[in-house]
Design a protein around this ligand. Structure first.
Ligand code: ADP
Ligand code: MG
Length: 690
């Protein structure tokens, strides 16, 4: 039977049911699937030398005849060696394989093989360790640019390469072309067959680059087509007309708004009155005053007789927002409710009934807000705070609660995102940037200290408290040696134990409380409100305080094991201090001696500019953290790299927008396959496209 792209992998020689299962773990079921399983890197195995001429600084191929029967020796449990001598016209090499006993049966005396690996030399004797090899003339694993694939236990790279080779050699005919001919021509992209063959088995690195460019473009094009469709759909969406002038709202604020706040509110007011559904992102560094902007939206909604839902990422933050909103808006007659996972029983029932009856104007909560059974009388505005915790999908789900007319959507983010990434993550939103902090702030002074300064640091805590200030101490984990993904081993400061120690031994004279994510919501709330009321001097916590919490009297933050956090996360944490009129400090404590870790932390000491820090984070850690699926809800990309492929991203995005402008639903026959790919890529966000 000829092989096709639909041939199950288990039909191929060497793939039984057991391996079939393992391949499935990699998402590979058919031969065609392997075409999309792309190499992680390549080994240039084209260079061939004699032993004597072999380069010292890089591996190469050597052709040699096996001169004896391989010998196995067992060194100890779990360690065996196969040793064999091989000769070419320039010398003899001793070749050693670790824990690969089967090689004894494979290498035959008197036969010639090509070995690929580093050739080491001691006098006249050569040696190689764990080389790849194959019979001379095979040209399967040597004499070429060898793809190196992501693997799983029980699947070797040779097996994987064998599969992709069969796919690339036998199943490329008739592979349908996704990219419209016009786009391919305009952007000088190679054909799909060429790209798929050469991404696995490139003749040389130029061809590889040509292939890769096409695949990156394709991936970004499909993604941006999806985003363009979303944006198109949203901006075409009819919206309620909500009238309200920011000037009429200002008197409710306890402070004059900053210029940035005024601009963001004006953008919003224009959106709300436009007759189309708003989809706006307000991006502003921590402390820039986004809450007031949200309050304006809630006020405008209530004024027009529709409801507003304000969604926060944690219960703590939801509770705080509810209090702030109540204080700001109840004088204007806005009725505020709170709905989180810990609102239960009678209380919950009453709240749901009030929501459905329209007796609540603004409901603040966590994602409980869009769970089933929550009915709104007339939901006109959805606000999501700290958007990096909310995916596109969740935004969509909430928007659906709006009934026949989609609600206006406002998203607020304090995570400064590098421009490139913003283009993708927020591709479907309009953006207001809040680039101004409320007046009278002094930037937070950030210091990096080692263990040797611990006593001095505790002294500093006492002095701050003596002056009437409050202090946060943040630790990476909840329990001793647990709850931290990198596992035990480091002396991690664990919240509960550390708080007890501080209380008993270090600060017996101070009032020390603690919060972490595993406490009951009520306990958390009690501790948090005690801290914000000034009844606690020191609050020990995990990152639950990362987002949004506002205690202006707190002037010092200590972050233990600072090397464990990402830069952007540290910046967020630091934003909890410096919110009042007092000079504020952030102390990063690390015992790490690693230069990169310290360099990273120093970058944080050097600037308070969130965007600069985000760029640095991107440079040091790659886009993975910004693009962790959890964070944004957008599909995971396979080929493209946002830091490196920025130019191509711009091209792809422009092409996508042009295409979607001409064919909004991608319904032209020439776009059928593209449409299918877009749907596949956004599979988990399918509801957005319906
Ligand atoms: P964000 O959510 O953007 O991090 P918040 O809305 O929590 O910031 O505001 C941070 C602090 O600044 C709060 O204590 C808030 O009351 C205060 N604030 C906001 N806007 C102003 C302003 N225009 N003038 C003075 N203080 C302000
Ligand atoms: Mg906030």
């Amino acid at each position: 039977m000829p092989l096709t792209r639909e041939t199950p992998l288990t039909d191929l020689p060497g793939v039984g049911p057991a391996r079939g299962k393992k391949l499935e773990k990699l998402g590979l079921r058919t031969l065609g699937d392997t075409l999309d399983h792309l190499p992680q890197r390549y080994e240039d195995r084209r260079e061939r030398h004699t032993m004597r001429d072999a380069p010292e600084d890089r591996p190469c191929c050597v052709c040699a005849m096996v001169a004896e029967t391989p010998r196995v020796s067992y060194i100890r449990r779990g360690l065996s060696l196969v040793k064999v001598k091989a000769v070419d016209e320039t010398g003899t090499a001793c070749i050693t394989f670790f824990n690969q006993d089967y090689i004894r049966e494979v290498l035959r005396r008197g036969e010639s093989y090509v070995f690929y690996g580093a050739v080491e030399r001691q006098g006249n004797l050569f040696s190689m360790t764990n080389p790849a090899f194959e019979r001379e003339g095979a040209q399967r694993a040597t004499g070429l640019i060898m793809p190196v694939y992501p693997l799983t236990a029980g699947i070797s790279n040779n097996l994987m390469a064998g599969l992709t080779r069969r796919a690339a050699e036998e199943c490329l005919d008739g592979l349908p072309e996704i990219l419209p001919a016009r786009v391919r021509k305009d952007h000088q992209l190679c054909q799909t067959q060429f790209a798929r063959k050469n991404i696995h088995y490139p003749a040389d690195f130029e061809q590889l680059a040509i292939a890769r460019r096409r695949l990156v473009f394709e991936e970004l094009f499909v993604l941006t087509c999806g985003l363009a469709q979303l944006k198109d759909r949203r901006s075409a969406g009819e919206g309620r007309v909500l009238a309200g002038a920011p000037e009429d709202f200002f008197p409710l604020l306890p402070f004059p708004p900053t210029g940035a706040q005024r601009r963001a509110m004006a953008d919003m007011a224009a959106d709300l009155a436009s007759g189309r559904a708003m989809n706006r992102l307000v991006q502003g560094d921590v402390g820039s005053g986004k809450t007031a902007v949200a309050a304006f939206g809630a006020w405008a909604a209530a004024k027009n007789g529709v409801q507003c839902a304000l969604m926060a990422p944690t219960e703590l933050l939801a509770e705080q927002h509810a209090r702030t909103m109540e204080a700001l808006l109840s004088p204007a007659g806005v009725r505020v409710g709170l709905l989180t996972g810990s609102v239960k029983g009678k209380e919950k029932k009453a709240l749901l009934a009030a929501l459905a009856a329209g007796e609540i104007d603004l409901v603040v909560g966590t994602h409980a807000l869009f769970s089933q059974g929550v009915e709104y009388r007339d939901l006109g505005l959805v606000i999501a705070d700290e958007q990096h915790r909310f995916g596109v999908a969740q935004r969509g789900a909430l928007a659906e609660k709006g009934g026949s007319v989609p609600p206006h959507v406002l998203v607020m983010s304090a995570t400064p995102i590098p421009r490139t990434l913003a283009l993708i993550i927020y591709g479907d939103l309009d953006v207001s940037v809040m680039d101004e902090l409320p007046p009278g702030r002094t930037p937070v002074k950030t210091l990096l200290v080692g263990e040797d300064k611990r006593e001095r640091m505790y002294g500093f805590v006492r002095r701050q408290v003596k002056e009437g200030r409050q202090v946060y101490i943040v630790c990476p984990s909840v329990e001793e040696n647990g709850g931290w993904e990198d596992g035990p081993g480091m002396d991690l400061k664990a919240v509960t134990a550390y708080a007890a120690q501080l209380r008993e031994r270090v600060f017996p004279e101070l009032r020390v409380g603690f919060v972490h994510g595993r406490l009951k919501a009520k306990e958390k709330e009690e501790t948090m409100s005690a801290f914000s009321a000034g009844e606690l001097d020191v609050l020990v916590s995990t990152t639950v305080i990362e987002v949004g919490v506002d205690v202006p009297n707190a002037s010092l933050m200590i972050i233990e094991n600072a090397e464990r956090f990402g830069l952007s996360q540290l910046h967020q944490l630091r934003g909890r201090v410096g919110r009042g009129k007092h000079e504020s400090f952030c102390v990063l404590v690390t015992a790490s001696r690693s230069d990169t870790a310290r360099e990273r932390l120093r970058a944080l000491c050097a600037t308070n500019d969130g965007f600069q820090i985000a760029e640095e984070d991107l440079r040091l850690r790659g886009p993975g953290d910004f693009f962790g699926k959890r964070q944004h809800g957008l599909p995971q990309l396979k080929v493209a790299d946002f830091a490196a492929d920025m130019e191509l991203l711009k091209e792809a995005r422009q092409a996508a927008e042009e295409l979607v402008a001409a064919d909004r639903s991608l319904s032209k026959p020439a776009h059928r396959l593209l449409k299918k790919k877009v749907r596949e890529l956004f599979r988990e966000n399918a509801e957005l496209f319906n």
